[in-house]
Design a protein around this ligand. Structure first.
Ligand code: PLP
Length: 388
């Protein structure tokens, strides 16, 4: 079909017309098992009946009023998120990049409070934080930045999972005020750091009076088998950002703060017209309720481990498989060579997968995927790899 879209994307020639649970159907009626979930967005799958009802009811009641007035669902959602995470306050945005923009602004306000005129934030190579100017500047990927200089200043880059590199920066740069990292790098290729990485970062931040800011936009809301990825490290960040799965597809992001980062924003220092509107916050509240009531996050841990065990078993000794890694239902299979063609090959077989960082098959299925559906994913992906 002809269109007048800017060419920011290169979509596959597939148009979906409906979804149900882990399945999608295209215009011709072909069914697909969705192991991408709108890039880690549809944790509860497609057209979840409880979420769909809540959205419909809210649409018929009240969609938007602006932040000139109090918004009940926004207040309730903020309480719920703080209870689940142990954080103290929430700012709602419409996307992940905007949630990170809020985090970056918090770090700068925090720096000013310490008398630091040009605050720096430590960020990691291979990271992804968004496509706005500040967040693409924070992102550790040249392709994301190419053509968009001058970049936003104030980011210092170190290798991911390299604590010593950060300690070195601490010795020489007195303008650092925060560290911003993903607990698991998603777009970077499902890169899982050492088990004590976050705890070590927490210690360094405490020693230097820096903010620990975690980008949990992809890892948060159950994806790694805990509500938030940091919860498997026995630490708490000062700032955490969420988006993707929070609204199961209704656009919403959040920047959460605790302790010394809690009261940095004051009326007039930040805002968003749409942020936290009644529709988006009602959808997100419902998502959290369903995750809790149906005990889905425990299931993520079990089924995620099952995926890894099965892949390791079925792909044992396959020479062109470099590594199989996962955290909950964030799964990466790194091959020896680039494999972008596997996306189309899988879709032929009725399976949606993603390839990131060139050579890494990334699976981000809905959190509700059951064992039989998992077996199907494992079988198709294994065959595609063995045929390569
Ligand atoms: C997707 C993503 C973002 C950007 O979110 P948008 O909603 O696309 O702006 C930022 N950080 C991480 C870790 C992400 O996965």
């Amino acid at each position: 079909m002809a269109n007048s879209l800017m060419t920011t994307y290169a979509p596959l020639p597939i148009t979906f017309t409906k979804g149900k649970g882990v399945y999608l159907w295209d215009k011709s009626g072909k069914q697909y098992l969705d192991a991408v979930a709108g890039v880690a967005v549809c944790g509860l799958g497609h057209a979840h009946p409880v979420v769909a009802d809540a959205i419909a009811e809210q649409a018929q009641t009240l969609v938007h009023t602006s932040n000139l007035y109090r918004i009940e669902h926004q207040e309730t959602l903020s309480e719920k998120l703080c209870t689940l995470s142990g954080m103290d306050r929430v700012f709602f945005s419409n996307s992940g990049a905007e949630a990170n923009e809020a985090a970056i602004k918090l770090a700068r306000l925090y720096g000013k409070q310490q008398g630091i005129e040009r605050p720096n934030i430590i960020v990691a190579c291979g990271s992804f934080h968004g496509r706005t100017l500040a967040t693409l500047s924070a992102t550790g990927n040249r392709k994301v930045q190419a053509g968009f200089s001058p970049l936003v200043d104030g980011f210092v880059r170190v290798n991911y999972n390299d604590v010593d590199a950060i300690k070195t920066v601490a010795k020489t740069n007195s303008d650092v005020v925060a560290i911003l990292v993903e607990p698991v790098q998603g777009e970077g290729g499902v890169i899982i750091p050492d088990a004590d990485y976050l705890a070590q970062l927490r210690q360094i931040c405490d020693d230097n009076h820096w903010l620990l800011m975690l980008d949990e936009i992809q890892t948060g809301v159950g994806r790694t088998g805990t509500w938030f990825a940091f919860q498997s490290s026995n630490i708490k960040p000062d700032v955490m950002t969420l988006a993707k799965a929070l609204g199961n597809g209704v656009p919403i992001g959040a920047c959460l703060a605790s302790g010394k980062a809690t009261h940095l924003f004051t009326p007039g220092t930040h805002g968003s017209t749409f942020g936290g509107n009644p529709l988006a916050t009602r959808a997100a509240l419902t998502v959290l309720e369903v995750l809790e009531n149906e005990k889905i996050i425990d299931h993520v841990k079990t089924i995620g481990d099952y995926f890894i065990t099965e892949f390791k078993h079925k792909l044992a000794g396959v020479k062109h498989v470099n590594s199989i890694r996962g955290s909950g239902l964030m799964i990466g299979i790194e091959l020896e060579n680039d494999c972008p063609e596997l996306v189309a090959a899988a879709s032929e077989e009725g399976l949606l997968i993603n390839v990131t960082a060139g050579n890494t098959i990334r699976l981000l299925p809905p959190l509700i995927i059951d064992k039989e559906q998992a077996d199907k994913v494992i079988q198709i992906v294994t065959n595609l790899i063995l045929k390569k």
